[in-house]
Ligand binder design. Structure first.
Ligand code: CA
Ligand code: CA
Length: 293
């Protein structure tokens, strides 16, 4: 199986990045991912400096998918997320709401044993590994891997986990897929600015989706989640509702009014993250009801 190690990273997604590997549709491959701090916070003594901001969220890749042409939709299946034995959290005083409560910057190393995160003080939290950064290259200007957007990127959606399928746009030849920023655990909102940040390895497989599918979207066992990122949550809401409505009307052939009623009864509006340069929301529809309707 082809494998890309974690020193093949990018900090900007760009049509001009050199591919790290080329894979065929349906071919399984592995990517080793560094944590969002670039592995530089190894102990509680390590401090996150201002200079490090330019090189956060390294994303491994890019991966060139043979046959992926602009205009297509790429489906990325997350076959596995292999985690390591610890995670890192760095908090600091900042402009965010929770930042007001931080009593001095602090780096914490959290042990992971038997799929449980040892929080300290006897608190144990079950891990739920997820991928924070997953995206394709944009056709336009390069964009930092810290940004979420229509190309994917720093979406920080906790539904992007082992077993999920992530739908992304193909904007440039080969799609140029890259991933990073794994979390052992994160709550909706990522309200202190980080999750349980972790390095690890993912096993992926891709194919091109031929039916209508708004992007970015995530399909899990029981739901399909439409994602949108913007400066405000109000703008995010408009984006994700528009995508879900288009899916029901164009793919499932519901009438416009039925789709509106169905979304109000069966759909859930949720927040992915409120701490990145743009915020991200999701609108989630029950997958099986959609497919059988
Ligand atoms: Ca992130
Ligand atoms: Ca992160």
């Amino acid at each position: 199986m082809k494998r890309v190690c974690k020193n093949n990273v990018i900090y900007n997604t760009s049509a001009h990045n050199q591919p790290a590997i080329m894979v065929e549709e349906h071919e399984e491959f592995r990517l080793e991912l560094e944590d969002c701090y670039g592995g530089r916070l190894k102990s509680s003594q390590d401090v996150f400096t201002k200079e490090m901001w330019n090189t956060v969220n390294p994303a491994t890749g890019p991966v060139f998918i043979a046959g992926a042409c602009p205009g297509a939709v790429l489906c990325v299946e997350i076959m596995a997320i292999n985690i390591v034995d610890h995670a890192v959290m760095h908090i600091a005083r900042g402009p965010g709401i929770l930042g007001e409560y931080v009593e001095g910057a602090e780096t914490s190393i959290l042990k992971i044993r038997n799929e449980q995160l040892e929080f300290g003080g006897g608190l144990i939290l079950p891990v739920r590994p997820m991928i924070g950064v997953i995206g394709t290259a944009r056709a336009e200007d390069p964009v930092s891997t810290s940004f979420p957007g229509e190309h994917g990127g720093n979406l920080d959606c906790k539904e992007i986990t082992a077993g999920s399928r992530v739908y992304l746009p193909v904007n440039v030849s080969g799609a140029l897929l890259s991933l990073g920023d794994i979390h052992a655990l994160m709550g909706d909102g990522e309200v202190c600015g980080c999750g349980a940040e972790m390095s690890g390895e993912v096993v992926l497989r891709t194919h091109l989706e031929h039916s209508f599918m708004p992007t970015p979207a995530v399909e899990t066992m029981d739901k399909i989640h439409f994602l949108g990122s913007a400066k405000t949550l109000d703008e995010c809401e408009a984006i994700v509702l528009r995508k879900a409505h288009a899916y029901l009307v164009q793919r499932l052939k519901m009438s416009a009014n039925d789709a509106v009623r169905f979304m109000s009864l069966a759909g859930d509006l949720g927040v992915c993250q409120v701490v990145d340069p743009l915020k991200t929301m999701r609108f989630s529809l029950p997958h099986r009801i959609c497919e059988s309707s």
